[in-house]
Write a protein that binds this ligand. Structure first.
Ligand code: AMP
Ligand code: MG
Length: 364
């Protein structure tokens, strides 16, 4: 792996930081609260944390799952991620998406799961008025932000790539897919990790693990109920300094997805070019937002919406928030370029968002 790639991945993994509210207890023989393991999928690190507790026996003595049992469960999570990646990746030559990205206009027999995800993507394109658009593939391919030789393309090549972008160029009935422009390319990078995370959480709910959490790139999912109904505390990275957080959100079972231009970018002539594009310009999105965390009970939706809101900026948050007839319910923590942090109404007040306060320096 190149040093650049390593840097990008470590930055990406800092997108959300997980902490647990429950204490780990004081008895020495008591194992840590979570069994934790990490694997790599979809170009990012995935961390799975599973509660070790297997409940109490008839005498009230708490029993614990074996590590080997929990490691098998993590293996299955990795399997789910790998299988999903094998369908959705645009860089795996025989994936369903690579097939759809061939210069053909009519496809029959595409994986139904992929067509369903394209349908979901269409919903988010419509509600964001095209700010989120999985047909942005020709633009992402042109800019190739994560390559070591990334450079700003010419205006002509941007215009050419742009001419193939537009979600209305994909028409699917769930069985067939028709591209009205053969050169249109699909990029599920803004929804795929969330979607895979959702599948992992569905699986985890079927196991005998009572609660836990998974961090998948910039997406976090939680499942089950913690002792005493305690909430999960999820840190939101400060886009201006990724070694710290701007604060924490407290959630029950659900998802938090973060999109930020500090995640993947290259620098040319002192200017940073991020990996999230404005489909209306074919260039990296430049709204007033540097990072947006979306909290929602749907994993793919949270992922799609965080990308959409990053492109739309704070006006987009105002426009889409509370429109439950057309937009699924969500909450958001929005960090602006000037450092201001905006919160949607549901996060204001007690138990919503806890702003990070620098500990007072001991050496005064
Ligand atoms: P995320 O990190 O979830 O915000 O997704 C960003 C990734 O989605 C990028 O690396 C691209 O692969 C892809 N992408 C970039 N811009 C858009 C956009 N406007 N709509 C949909 N996908 C995008
Ligand atoms: Mg996204």
């Amino acid at each position: 792996m190149t040093p650049m790639k390593k840097k990008i991945i470590s930055i990406l993994c800092a997108a959300l930081m997980l902490t647990s509210l429950a204490s780990c207890g004081k008895e020495e023989e008591k194992p840590s609260e979570y069994y934790s393991a990490t694997f790599f999928a979809m170009d990012t690190e995935v961390t799975v944390k599973l509660s070790r507790s297997a409940g109490a026996d008839e005498n009230g003595k708490v029993t614990y799952h074996d590590d080997s049992h929990l490691s098998q469960i993590v293996k299955e999570c990795a399997n789910i991620a790998a299988k999903t990646e094998a369908k959705l990746s645009r860089t795996i030559a025989d994936s369903a998406v690579s097939e759809l990205n061939k210069e053909t206009d009519y496809f029959l027999g595409t994986d139904p799961e992929v067509l369903m995800l394209i349908k979901t993507a269409e919903k988010y394109s419509k509600l964001s008025d095209g700010a989120f658009d999985v047909t942005v593939g020709s633009v992402t391919e042109l800019w190739n932000v994560t390559s070591d030789s990334a450079a700003v393309p010419s205006d002509e090549s941007i215009a050419e790539a742009m001419s193939h972008v537009g979600y209305e160029k994909l028409v699917t009935d769930g069985v067939t897919l028709k591209k009205t422009d053969r050169k249109t390319k699909i990029d599920l990078g803004a929804i795929g990790k969330g979607y895979a995370l959702g599948k992992i959480m569905e699986y985890l709910k079927t196991t005998d693990v009572s609660y836990g959490l998974v961090s998948f790139g910039g997406n976090v999912g939680t499942f089950g109920t913690k002792p005493n109904g305690a909430k999960y505390k999820v840190g939101v990275t400060d886009a201006a300094d990724t070694s710290r957080v701007i604060g924490y959100v407290y959630i029950g079972e659900g998802f938090v997805s973060v999109s930020g231009d500090y995640e993947r970018f290259f620098v040319e002539d002192g200017k940073a070019y991020g990996h999230i594009f404005d489909p209306s310009t074919g260039r990296p999105a430049e709204s007033d937002v540097v990072s947006v965390a979306v909290i929602m009970n749907d994993a793919a939706g949270a992922d799609a919406l965080s990308t959409a809101l990053f492109v739309m900026g704070s006006d987009g948050v105002t426009e889409l928030y509370g429109k439950s007839a057309s937009v699924p319910d969500f909450e958001a923590v929005v960090q602006l370029k000037d450092g201001t942090v905006l919160l949607t109404d549901g996060l204001k007040g007690e138990g919503g968002f806890e702003k990070y306060v620098e500990p007072e320096s001991a050496a005064e």
